[in-house]
Design a protein around this ligand. Sequence first.
Ligand code: ATP
Length: 622
Amino acid sequence: MKEGGWRDRLWRKAEGWVDPFQDTDREVLPADAWRFILYFARQAKGPFIALLIVGGLAGAVDAALYWSIGWLIDLLDRADPKTLITEHWPELAALLALLLVVRTVVLIASAVVEQQVVVPGFYSMVRWQAFRRVIEQPYTFYQNDFAGRIATKIMQGGEAVGDFIVNILQTMWSFLTFIVLAITILATVEPWLGVVVGVWFIGYAAIVRFLLPEMRRAGRATADERSIFNGRLVDAFTNIVAVKLFDSGRREHAYVRDGLERFLVAVIRLTRAITTVRASVALLNGLMMGSIAAICIHKWTGGGISTGAIAAALGLVFRLNQMSGWMMFNINGLVRNYATVQDATRTISVRPAIRDAANAIVLPRASGDIRFENVSFHYGKGGGVIENLNLHVRPGERVALIGPSGAGKTTIVNLALRLFDVEKGRILIDGHDVRAVTQASLRAQFGVVSQDAMLMHRSIRDNIGYGRAGATQAEIEDAAERAAAHEFIAGVSDPHDRQGYDAHVGERGVKLSGGQRQRVAIARMMLKDAPILILDEATSALDSEVEAAIQDNLYRMMEGKTVIAIAHRLSTIAALDRLIVIDEGRIVEEGTHAQLIARDGLYAQLWKRQSGGFLGNRLAAE
Ligand SMILES: Nc1ncnc2c1ncn2[C@@H]1O[C@H](COP(=O)(O)OP(=O)(O)OP(=O)(O)O)[C@@H](O)[C@H]1O
């Protein structure tokens, strides 16, 4: 198709009806599923009103077609073939127009609104608005959930809202219109026919009311078991090395088999429920069609009904029979979509526990003064982790946090970054409470290399460039060189034959070695050039030679900056201005390396236990 041609313009017109990237300034999306659906429906009123009109028309056209079959048969029965056209051409032309024009236009309009407007634009609009809220959620939100599950909620949520509305406005609405018209037409032909369809409708509603819920419940149980089973498969495949190394007895088979057996029980319950519903609908429809046929024939023998009316009546009920089968699954789909939306809102429509204060200021580039005042934090538990911590790191000071595993070192820096909010006390950066400044401007002050290198499954260039928006290739390469990464990057390639800086690093950087990951993370931090540096085991995976190569650049980079370094390998931090020894969330010792050695406390013990690297030996000798 020619770009810019009339057909292309028509497609674009429909596809542009809903802007996928429109948004409102509502901070938290509605938590109630109905309100959530209505909230989005209101943002696309035009297409949904069109769908409502088209849906009603579709049902009416359907009923009119069956009615016209009856009319046509009666006409042909009565008319003289020689004069049929001349005498009845207006009615015949109208029938032709109904078949050719009205029906076609209605069906095309319905397809266009559903496929060209709702599926691309509307689904995406819901997903986009959901994503923009969810990404604002604090770190804890992500720690308490699975990344894949959150992503699924956003994907499914968008689809379920769209499908729910389309289902009601188009399918259900046209079905209802058809039934009402069918009952009206049949009742005018013969009241008993209307009564039979009326009774059938009550029976159908009873199946929906009494048998469908079990199908729903069984469907939900199946979905739960399916995701448990799926989770077991994913767990095994994600940890394939552990499985290969430890599972010589094929315990994994038993674990997966158990999941599959539970899934099977749920599936059988669901399929029984489905078969029961199908059987009931089949029986009900059989009774209805049989009764209609019997009444028609009975009336015909008495001369009370024309052949055409019988054809119309049978046509209508056969169509009803056909519709009602899949309508049952449609109703089920409707309930399922509603439940999916409900489920998605539990993830999407949550007020973030950490938000910018209404009057939050934008922190300008900090001098790097960090002050913890009586800070306590226990990850929401009764006690432990950080207890009444007081700590002042001056601008340009380079401090190290040292202490046993689990002492709370990472927690301390995460609190300064406001990844968590303190439970008591406060943390000040350049005199500003971290809760009084915007999160973005707060975190802009920090260059962080954390224990987990946090690489994304993108190119190495993108990963380093993540440090500063708009960084040039030369700046990226310079940062990589300073992080002693440039050389190894040149040799990296990925399965799609992308080389060097273009190579993708695998999920969370799995295709790089631990030390390579760290160097990319250090390059990213160097590029960011923030006034406060956090180095949490930043060089723990590097061999001494590479570490020494980077160390000089790191020290150069630290000049004029505030640094908080965490390392178990004491040789890497012994030369810093102040060493702070943390144990059970409290400061137990602080001072320079020499002071702490002289003090002969916890630090001196730790130091003695470690052989000491080149830096440590040099310092110890001083
Ligand atoms: N998200 C969390 N929820 C609950 N408890 C946590 C969480 N993260 C850490 N903890 C607990 O807080 C304590 C301090 O952890 P933290 O990671 O700060 O220690 P650390 O001194 O950095 O340890 P390491 O040297 O091993 O990295 C530990 O007991 C840990 O189990």
